[in-house]
Design a protein around this ligand. Sequence first.
Ligand code: APR
Ligand code: PHB
Length: 394
Amino acid sequence: MTTPMKTKVGIIGGGPSGLLLSQLLHLKGIDNVLLEKHSRDYVLGRIRAGVLEHGFAELMREAQCGERMDREGEIHDGFYIAHDGIRDRVDLKKYTGGNSVVVYGQTEVTRDLYEARDKMGGTVIHEAQDVTPHDLKSDAPYLTYRLGDEPHRVDCDFIIGADGFHGVSRKSIPKDVLTEYEKVYPFGWLGVLSRTKPVSPELIYAKHERGFALCSLRSQVLSRYYLQVPLTDRVEDWSDEDFWAELKKRLPEDVAGDLITGPSIEKSIAPLRSFVAEPMRYGNLFLAGDAAHIVPPTGARGLNSAASDIYYLYHALLDHYQDGDDTGLEQYSQKALARVWKAQRFSWWMTSLLHTFPDSISYDKRLQQTDLEYLFSSDAAQTSLAENYVGLPF
Ligand code: APR
Ligand code: PHB
């Protein structure tokens, strides 16, 4: 074992949650070490969603990582819901008093955060194997890990579990302390990235009896499309031709007619899941982001749900180190979960509204139709959708 490293905050996971917290703390002089299981190329090879809410964009700017996002990201003031052969627009700006979202890939967010950590000389350790948190209930928790055959140790004041859904942090909380809430949906999303002009400058969420479809984008030359597919489908089952043909069937005729197709540069299937683990604190371990909660992608809440965790944790740690005030740390789990559950509710609602459920009875279908009719006949309903989509206040 090499000499133990000593730091204030040990962060497990180099996804957007861990990186953002690491950067924010470093800017305030709070020493931290980040351990990531994979190589940087691997992390940056993952294609994830691409809609950022206002509050997340603000945090990126506060972390001094917002420059490229502000230059290359697109401000979207609305999006469409297509149904019954037509398109209705949700005017985010109008219904939120001027708010909007930024369309900028999560992969790019992660890239910008890594670059900022490098520039500041942050300690980010890649390919850290067997990361294990210890003595979580004590005032001196520590992390062990391996680099190749070499064992290492980091002594810390606090450990942050930002290691995603499959990480080690949540699993190190005793089972009798943790309550897990989970809902698995009977379908997945097949996603295709293509170097083609997007069919629409704004996103189109399409409800169709053949299944849901989404037209999204990364830029005006890079499109991202999704199809609802059965969980039994495999990526290999879907040729590019099949994908485009099915997408056209699920879009209104005028939109389908405008669709420019091309070879896929990425194609993958992701199952849809809602999940929350409570509490988000165990001793001096604090969970953040996907380590504690997952949403189906329909409401674009994944990264944005993580953002509020990071905001609360960052301020709680600042209060601790700058003022000796632990109120924020004590209230973290409760405060974070209150917003997390609202994002869960919204994501579940958007998913229920727009997907075709294999086991739904005719009554369910009429209710779903009525929900949609009500939405576009009521300013109150559109206000509710818009305020949730742009992100509830932290
Ligand atoms: N040790 C160290 N690192 C780990 C471990 C481990 N045992 N297990 C997982 N990791 C790393 C993963 O390799 C990944 O890079 O933790 C990171 C977690 O990152 P994300 O899964 O991106 O989670 P998070 O940072 O919370 O970001 C939330 O990402 O998954 C999307 O929908 C989600 O948009 C949301 C956002
Ligand atoms: C995406 O662009 O990948 C995306 C956009 C909106 C969503 C989900 C995914 O709701």
